[in-house]
Design a protein around this ligand. Structure first.
Ligand SMILES: [Zn+2]
Ligand SMILES: [Zn+2]
Length: 358
């Protein structure tokens, strides 16, 4: 199979005008011995794409091609590849493209926490090349950060698992979600809806928590056992006092989360884990009194081992996440960005039709 030395992507060229994207050619990173090239079939649209494209996380070198929920076909493997991935395999790549693979964190399945982590886009490799993501015809990554996709999961449904799904699965897995546990998912959006599906598949009793009941019907369809509308039930923290073993906060920002009240619904020793990476200037103020008896933490992505486990769980239980597809292209990305910014998505976009666009 042949393909060009330059890749084509749908790029952000100006943070101030971030939704007005352009199709551009660019050079991929240097092809290292353990790299693989992937022809992209589909890519999910993640909240991080919006944060980076719009400059919420600070100035990023441009042109910037975002996208880190990538599904595609391996078209080339490096001379020292030994992960078992082969040309023509269908693989997925999430939000991480590289880490040192040698430090204590990397060797204990904590690659996302490696100090030398390179994100799939917008981060510099050692040689200064700034990584580019999956709103493109091809991506090039280290083989360790690509995973085989089970045949039974269609590409458009597999894509959002690579970042969003893994991001909520990792704290569920690490904090004992399973039979006999009461697990809350706060924020029923792109990631939260996957949280409800996954926590349920893992065997927990699930509590979906939202401000209003506007998403109650959806949450019930997703399988939640309980629904708490905090704005509509003023006594919710008394009604559900001492209930949850684990709460995963899937909100995009923590400034609206009431950390004085929320811990009341946790059991003693209960864990509150946030997955939010909000705008770079957001600061959290906590009153220690409100946190008596509970632990709080912030989680980042998940390991490749966890990603493989997630795909097995999804395949085994035939879990169908809720996805709306949009054809990739300048128009499609503009539409996805515009609607994501308004929250007009139930619950996740996947960009598709790559063969028609490039
Ligand atoms: Zn490392
Ligand atoms: Zn993401």
């Amino acid at each position: 199979m042949t393909y060009p030395d330059t890749f084509k992507g749908i790029a952000v060229t100006d943070h101030a005008n971030w939704k007005n994207v352009s199709q551009l050619d660019y050079l991929p990173k240097h092809f290292d011995d353990h790299d693989i090239d992937i022809r992209v079939l589909a890519c999910g649209v993640c909240g991080s794409d919006i944060h980076c494209a719009s400059g919420h996380w600070g100035e990023i070198p441009k042109p910037l091609v975002v996208g880190h929920e990538i599904i595609g076909i391996v078209v080339k493997t490096g001379p020292r590849c030994d992960s078992g991935l082969k040309v023509e395999d269908r693989v997925g790549v999430g939000a991480q493209a590289l880490s040192c693979l040698d430090c204590d964190r990397c060797t204990h399945d904590n690659e996302p926490y490696c100090p030398n982590r390179v994100s799939t886009y917008a981060k510099s490799y050692r040689d200064g090349y700034v990584s580019q993501g999956g709103y493109a015809d091809y991506v090039r990554v280290h083989e360790h950060f690509a995973v085989l996709i089970p045949e039974s999961i269609p590409s458009h449904l597999a894509a959002p698992l690579m970042c969003g799904g893994l991001t909520v699965f990792s704290p569920l897995l690490r904090n004992g979600c399973g039979p006999g546990k009461k697990v809350g998912i706060l924020g029923i959006g792109g990631i939260g809806h996957m949280g409800v599906l996954l926590a349920k598949a893992m065997g927990a009793e699930v509590y979906a928590i939202s401000r209003t009941s506007s998403k109650k019907a959806d949450a019930v369809k997703l399988g939640t056992d309980h629904f708490i509308a905090t704005k509509e039930e003023p006594d919710w923290h008394e009604k559900y006092f001492d209930t949850l073993d684990l709460l995963v906060i899937c909100a995009g920002s923590l400034t609206d989360v009431d950390f004085d009240t929320l811990p009341k619904i946790m059991t003693v020793g209960g864990r509150v884990v946030s997955i939010a990476i909000p705008e770079q200037h957001e600061i959290l103020k906590l009153k220690p009194f409100g946190l008596v008896g509970v632990s709080i933490a912030n989680s980042l992505l998940g390991s490749m081992k966890e990603l493989k486990e997630l795909l097995e769980l999804v395949a085994k239980n035939n879990i169908k996440i809720w996805v709306e597809t949009i054809p990739i292209g300048e128009k499609g990305v503009n539409e996805a960005f515009t609607r994501m910014e308004k929250g007009d998505v139930r619950y996740r976009f996947t960009l598709v039709d790559y063969d028609k666009a490039f």
